[in-house]
Write a new protein. Structure first.
Length: 136
């Protein structure tokens, strides 16, 4: 895909607002100031949908930004995980908080329960790096 074609797709919300969806399934085009004033926009409408993050990841990959693409794919996975679990993972990834085995168990949980394969791989990589560095 050429740079001009990529530029036509990005930012996603400007090119096709009817196709981009909120986590509740509402089209982005329906998120207007009028809808907000009328009480038709809820808190769940203000997040980002996993599909949108996936599209952004594809654009980043095509543009030669593989690290950004990987981050966006992990973010898409995180949309399927309850917030309390995401916060528990965040806390566990802080140095000296949990054991190597606990990090591996968290990775297994994310992979099997939420199909968060890329996040699980990142946690396993962090667990190994923490162990080698003496941070757990």
């Amino acid at each position: 895909m050429s740079e001009s074609q990529r530029a036509g797709r990005y930012p996603l919300g400007e090119g096709d607002r009817a196709r981009i969806k909120t986590p509740t399934g509402r089209p982005l085009a329906e998120l207007t100031l009028e809808a907000l004033r009328a009480g038709q926009v809820g808190a769940g409408d203000l997040g980002i949908h996993a599909d949108t993050l996936g599209e952004q990841a594809a654009i980043a990959e095509e543009a030669g930004f593989p690290q950004l693409a990987a981050n966006l794919r992990r973010a898409a996975e995180l949309t399927r995980i309850p917030n309390d679990t995401v916060l528990a993972v965040y806390e566990a990834l802080r140095p000296y908080r949990v054991t190597y085995e606990r990090l591996l168990a968290l990775a297994d949980e994310l992979e099997t329960r939420y199909d968060a394969i890329e996040n699980a791989a990142l946690i396993r990589e962090a667990a190994q790096a923490y162990r080698e560095s003496g941070l757990i």
